[in-house]
Design a protein around this ligand. Structure first.
Ligand SMILES: *Cc1c(COP(=O)(O)O)cnc(C)c1O
Length: 239
């Protein structure tokens, strides 16, 4: 194995151990939690190695970085998740490679995603990104819709051609009442998911937890964790 492959294999094994332990502690089966490796800022060669090591889900947050990487890895059996704030002028490009968009947070974005998904003859999975720190504006610092906006967006996605409502996503807030209280934040997301599934029973995905807080997310009931740093290393700059 190359040095990089050895390194990524060791990191993946540690993350796998953490997820397994968190599932056991929560009385959950390991198969209830899917690992998504966040490959942002890292090269296509790393994505290829991860695929060889058995990773099946990867995530990116910037279209400029992701589009060429996904094209270079088009031969690999990977599901691509888009997890960054998404401008409508980037939607056509993102629809070209993303299977799931986890950062759906406004009506205009739903309309644009639907238009481009239909044009590309694709079905795109959508998660509503929930901002648990949303202020009066109804939007979070790092994107996301306020909890009160979930139902309306969910209905829009549910009716939009080319889109499929898969569930909810959040990032633990750095400010507001949930700052430093990841477990409470993820618990709140689970309650919102329970509410959502009353009207949208197929929207079962709950995407929460990153390198620093995946245990809290698994304890709360997350179905998908998004792990970057713990697998690939510390990113050179905030990405
Ligand atoms: C970067 C990123 C992650 C991964 O964060 P790490 O701390 O590197 O594990 C997860 N989710 C989103 C939305 C991200 O942008």
């Amino acid at each position: 194995m190359t040095d990089r492959k050895t390194e990524l294999a060791a990191n993946l094994a540690k993350v796998e151990e953490r997820i397994t332990a968190a599932c056991a502690a929560a009385g959950r089966g390991r198969e209830e939690v899917t690992l998504i490796v966040v490959t942002k800022t890292y090269p296509a060669s790393d994505v290829r190695i991860l695929s060889e090591l058995g990773v099946r889900h990867v995530a990116e947050n910037r279209d400029q970085d992701a589009a060429p990487k996904a094209a270079a890895c088009a031969d690999l059996p990977l599901t691509w998740h888009f997890v960054g704030q998404l401008q409508t002028n980037k939607v056509r490009s993102v629809i070209g490679y993303a299977d799931v968009v986890q950062s759906v947070d406004r009506a205009r974005l739903v309309t644009a995603l639907s238009t481009e998904a239909v044009r590309a003859q694709r079905e795109i999975g959508c998660l509503i990104q929930v901002a648990l720190d949303a202020g009066a504006s109804g939007r979070g610092e790092r994107g996301g819709a306020a909890p009160g906006g979930i139902e309306e967006l969910a209905d829009l996605v549910g009716e939009a051609p080319g889109l499929r409502l898969d569930g909810l996503m959040t990032v633990a807030p750095l400010a507001g009442e949930y700052a430093g209280r990841e477990q409470a934040a993820f618990g709140r997301l689970m309650d919102l998911s329970t509410d959502l599934r009353r009207t949208h029973p197929a929207a079962t995905m709950v995407s929460a937890g990153m390198s620093a807080d995946l245990e809290q997310a698994v304890a709360a009931g997350a179905t998908h964790v998004r792990v970057g740093t713990a697998v690939l290393g510390v990113r050179p700059k905030l990405g």
